[in-house]
Write a protein that binds this ligand. Structure first.
Ligand SMILES: CC(C)(COP(=O)(O)OP(=O)(O)OC[C@H]1O[C@@H](n2cnc3c(N)ncnc32)[C@H](O)[C@@H]1OP(=O)(O)O)[C@@H](O)C(=O)NCCC(=O)NCCS
Length: 333
């Protein structure tokens, strides 16, 4: 990870949030009937009670577009006001074009450029970090950042690790402001030596789809759970400490941690290691499971709409996942 101190961006704010989850639900009790697992184990270890699952034919861009329209309305803007769409996902509608282009058409944001970011569970954090840099440089006024995934479409529903993920979408509109009343600082990192800890073997140039792919079930993600846990509890405390130090703030200045939702165990251990009160760590994995790139924006939207945020609150975002890739951001609401 680079040791360079990050700059505080003061002319950017979040002007709207939105989220959407499909109506289908798989409870832990339902999963007990299809894979070798136990509902109490899932809740105690992962913190999950249920996850939302797309209907057949319902796509990542369908979810993303619904979340995006809510975020744009919340910002009191129209789709024509959006200059750029950045879509974080690992489950695009198609390999090409970008899912951002599907959304651009669905919401009618024809003044916007559009592209995807792939950083799996850290995708949204990478995307908002990039968006704040683009805005602060003055070339854009409003950027729509969407995190959406439909991991149910890449999960092997015969294996017990199918319990981890769910489908959903969250979005924010980030806007440039004319004064210096904002405060955003972020740091992202990666270590490609851990790239196989969570991966999807087939469908890329290394292993194109062929007649054996489905037979060997290589289109589904594979995970080394212990590898993820051990990496997560090492890199999350490190990147959080670094971003906090660069910000000049102290742990007690943070109102809430709004983290990605990998598992309760990872979040509890991280909070313990950085000495952060777990009551201030927001979670919603009980209702959604891990929705990968959608986790942080869904949680942020729910917190916002519940009226829990006051202007000036310092929020800490943090995420880790496949890559391995990770990041943290402090943003003044
Ligand atoms: C997956 C994880 C829970 C496994 O725990 P572990 O202690 O490392 O691994 P083990 O395979 O030794 O399993 C421990 C126990 O849990 C049980 N277990 C593991 N997965 C299970 C599942 N899906 N359902 C029910 N029980 C399960 C095992 O049977 C074992 O039980 P036992 O102690 O009675 O034998 C843990 O590594 C983890 O949380 N990793 C992080 C994964 C993650 O967050 N992924 C998403 C982010 S990308």
């Amino acid at each position: 990870m680079s040791a360079a101190k990050k700059k505080i961006i003061r002319n950017v704010k979040i002007s709207g949030t939105g989220s959407y989850a499909p109506s289908g639900v798989y409870t832990n009790e339902y999963l007990e009937t299809i894979v070798d697992t136990k509902a109490p184990w899932i809740y105690e270890n992962l913190g999950i009670k249920q996850r939302h699952i797309v209907a057949k034919g319902e796509t990542t861009s369908d979810l993303g577009a619904k979340a995006a329209l809510k975020a744009i309305a919340d910002a009191k803007l129209t789709p024509e006001d959006i200059d750029l769409i950045i879509f974080a996902t690992t489950t695009p509608d198609m390999k090409a074009p970008s899912t951002a282009c599907f959304v651009q058409e669905k919401i009618g944001a024809f003044n916007a450029g559009a592209f995807d970011v792939v950083a799996v569970c850290t995708g949204f954090l990478y995307a908002i970090s990039l968006a704040t840099d683009c805005l602060s440089n003055g070339n854009y006024k409003h950027i729509l950042v969407i995190g959406a995934d439909t991991f149910s479409t890449i999960t092997d529903w015969t294996r017990r690790d199918a319990v981890f993920f769910g489908d959903g979408a969250g979005a924010v509109v980030l806007s440039r402001i004319e004064d210096e009343s904002g405060f955003v600082i972020s740091k992202v990192g990666a270590d490609g030596r851990g790239k196989m800890i969570w991966h999807i073997p087939a469908g890329g140039s290394q292993h194109p789809i062929d007649e054996n792919t489905a037979k060997d079930r290589l289109q589904y993600w594979q995970m080394d759970g212990k590898g993820i846990y051990n990496t997560a509890i090492r890199v999350l405390p490190q990147v959080i400490s670094e971003v906090l130090s660069d910000s000049g703030l102290k742990m007690e200045d943070i109102k809430y941690m709004v983290p990605h939702q990998p598992s309760l165990k990872i979040l509890k251990k991280t909070a313990e290691l950085i000495n952060f009160d777990f009551d201030k760590v927001l979670t919603n994995m009980d209702q959604y499971g891990n929705t990968s790139a959608a986790s942080i924006p869904i949680l942020l939207d729910e917190t916002n709409k519940a009226g829990k945020l006051t202007r000036g609150d310092n929020l800490l975002f943090a995420a880790v996942g496949s890559g391995m890739a990770w990041g943290a951001m402090i943003l003044k609401w």
